[in-house]
Ligand binder design. Structure first.
Ligand SMILES: [Zn+2]
Length: 652
């Protein structure tokens, strides 16, 4: 049976294979990052600073030596403990091998076994124990705490490998904890409550657990028994994506517009759902049941089944499928609901492309009609469809992650994410034989998601542009001048990164370039009724990406931002806003794309004030003295405290 096979036939995602087989340089000890440089003076006065994040320590995977295994096979729930084993609820996945201390504690993650609710510390999962190794890890069980620890480690490691593969480099975390900055802490028993969240201050993913309602809440969930969010595949993948996105775009943690919090939510759901679609046995089982119709396979399209039932929603927490007509873009919607609009748009594009890829197989199996006769589909057909669905999910997952490099550094909107998707895909796959980009543009338009400042929705109009005025190449950032610390993916030494950041800062803050980079002069800030901080170079990252046909693209991606503080006026509290640009350079140092967002402009100021006074904005902002201040961190605001009445979107 499928479930039996699933337990013995390990599933290796493409990203896990890439990470396991890569030859990284040895993990050299890194010096602690220097404090933020006070400002850079090149003889023309102090014009910019280099943020401490530029030299933030990046964890490196274990350097595999000859004879080391490629993978560590570990069992996980593909959905949650309430799913049936006959529906491939358990998969054995191949996690890139690394030596682990009990916990487990590896290069990127350390798992805590503390349970403050019960006031106990469970035995740490020792995945190197010979009995555990022979069994392929701990057996899935909601009553074995060491399995909980294994599950969060395995799913987080798999998602991390996907990010690394898509971006072509290692990913730094964005949290503020100073000790052990390379490892995100995973707390599977963090608190009482059917909820989970990313704690940016402590650098931890906190998973709660709670007692299920006393009445029956769906199959295989004991009324009054425990429901663990750390055993939900989707919730783990969703939460670690919040943390990874925070490492890539620190300013997206500040809800400066109606789309920012919703983007975090929708993006985390996208990564989670495409991750689930990488489990081939699960996809085969679901497609067999749905007779090849992905849009009729809730096993694949629903998120967090058990939690949804435990919250008495009578359904999964969220679904990637749209109703007809689909919900349109509504800036006043609650962030999880608005995020679902984004999720559904991307998933609809995925379904459209899957339909194109599946059509030849269905025609072959149906004498050309495309409609299969009643009864079970032939096993070979199910195999082919499952292979196509999983491979395509991998492409879409990689694309949405790669698109983050093409987003502006601050205040992202859904329309800008569409432009980022189109440009990121065009950069790697210019000919687009399956129409990915057209499917994405259509799906966004069906939901009234439109980018600003584009003349049409044609593909070429949506591509990001080089600077409007001709600029010379940044010679200091040409590939010939870049020094890598062993491997392109590993980045450079702190001294070299600082040199690169200074080269960008010096260039962007020349008076003739300021506006192109979304920066303002002190005089312009004064005219807006405010003051401007020094522009800060926030990141400089090299990326080496491989396309589906084996093509390689190397780029340098950097961010520069500037904070402008608007002073309060009578009846109007003050506030800060951030402008700046994402810069993508080719190996010669030419600017290929300049994705800027100016802090100036009365329209942006007005939109910002409107947002902070809106229903959604008031969830995040309050007037503190004479100025607007964030109430709490975005992740805390999206997570309601335990005991809050459950509503759709309250969790995760
Ligand atoms: Zn979330």
């Amino acid at each position: 049976m499928a479930s039996g096979q699933a337990e013995h036939d390990s599933s290796t995602t493409q990203a896990a294979a890439a990470q396991a087989q890569s030859r990284d340089g040895a993990a050299a000890p890194r010096l602690p990052p220097p404090e933020s440089a006070p400002g850079e003076d090149d003889g023309l006065g102090v014009r910019f600073g280099v943020a401490a994040a530029v030299t933030r320590e990046v964890a490196r995977p274990f350097a595999r030596k000859s004879g080391d295994p490629l993978y560590r096979p570990l069992k996980v729930f593909t959905s949650d403990p309430a799913a049936s084993r006959m529906e491939a609820a358990v998969a054995q996945i191949n996690v890139p091998y690394e030596p682990l201390a009990p916990g487990p504690v590896g290069s990127f993650f350390k798992v805590s076994s503390d349970d403050p609710q019960q006031n106990v510390r469970y035995g740490a999962a020792d995945l190197n124990d010979s009995c555990v190794l022979m069994a392929g890890g701990y057996a899935p069980s909601p009553s074995e705490p060491r399995f909980h620890q294994q599950m969060v480690y395995a799913v987080c490691s798999s998602v991390y490998a996907v990010f690394r593969g898509a971006l072509g480099r290692h990913v730094a975390w964005g949290f503020r904890r100073a000790d052990d900055p390379a490892r995100l802490e995973l707390r599977p028993f963090a608190f009482k409550g059917a909820n989970a969240w990313y704690d940016k201050e402590e650098g931890a993913l906190c998973f709660g657990y709670d007692v299920a309602p006393l009445r029956s809440v769906g199959k295989r969930t004991l009324p009054g028994g425990y429901v663990f969010t750390c055993l939900s595949h989707d919730i783990i993948a969703h939460e670690v994506t919040h943390a990874l996105l925070d490492g890539l775009r620190a300013h997206f943690s500040s809800p400066t517009g109606p789309d920012v919090a919703a983007f975090h939510e929708g993006f985390a759901d996208m990564v989670a759902i495409f991750q689930r679609l990488s489990y081939r046995e699960l996809v085969k089982t679901a497609l067999r049941k749905a007779r090849g119709r992905l849009d009729q396979a809730p096993l694949l399209t629903d998120l967090a089944h058990q939690l949804g039932h435990a919250l008495e929603l009578e359904a999964a927490l969220r679904s990637a499928l749209s109703k007809e007509p689909p919900d349109g873009y509504d800036p006043d919607a609650e962030p999880h609901q608005l995020g679902q609009v984004l999720l559904c748009a991307v998933f609809e594009a995925y379904l459209v492309v899957f339909g194109r890829k599946a059509a030849p197989f269905l025609r072959l199996a149906s004498n050309g009609t495309g409609i299969c006769p009643p009864g079970d589909l032939p096993a070979d057909l199910v195999d082919l469809l499952a292979h196509a669905a999983s491979a395509l999910a991998g492409h879409f997952q990689s694309l949405v992650i790669r698109a983050i490099d093409y987003c502006p550094p601050v205040n992202v909107t859904f329309g800008e994410f569409l432009r980022a998707l189109v440009t990121a895909d065009y950069d790697l796959v210019p000919d687009d034989p399956w129409g990915y980009r057209e499917a994405l543009i259509d799906a966004f338009a069906r939901r009234d998601i439109y980018p600003r400042h584009v003349p049409t929705l044609a593909e070429d109009a949506l591509l990001w542009r080089p600077p409007r005025r001709a600029m010379p190449p940044l010679a200091g950032l040409a590939a010939a001048h870049l020094m890598f610390d062993g491997d392109v993916a590993a980045g450079a030494s702190p001294a070299e990164l600082t040199r690169q950041a200074r080269a960008l800062g010096e260039f962007a803050t020349r008076s003739q370039h300021l506006h192109e980079f979304g920066l303002v002069s002190q005089g312009e800030a004064a005219a807006l009724g405010g003051t401007a901080d020094l522009p800060m170079v926030e990141s400089v990252r090299s990326a080496r990406r491989a396309g589906p046909d084996g093509q390689i693209a190397c780029d340098l991606v950097a961010e520069i931002t500037q904070r402008v503080t608007i002073r309060p006026t009578p009846g109007e509290p003050g506030y800060t806003l951030v402008g700046g640009a994402t810069v993508i350079l080719d190996p010669k140092g030419e600017i290929r794309y300049l994705i800027s967002k100016s802090a100036a402009g009365s329209e942006r100021l007005q939109r910002r004030r409107d947002f902070m006074q809106s229903a959604q904005g008031r969830q995040f902002w309050q007037v503190d003295g004479a100025a607007y201040a964030e109430k709490t961190s975005l992740y805390a605001a999206l997570h309601l405290p335990a005991g809050t009445p459950a509503v759709m979107g309250a969790a995760t």
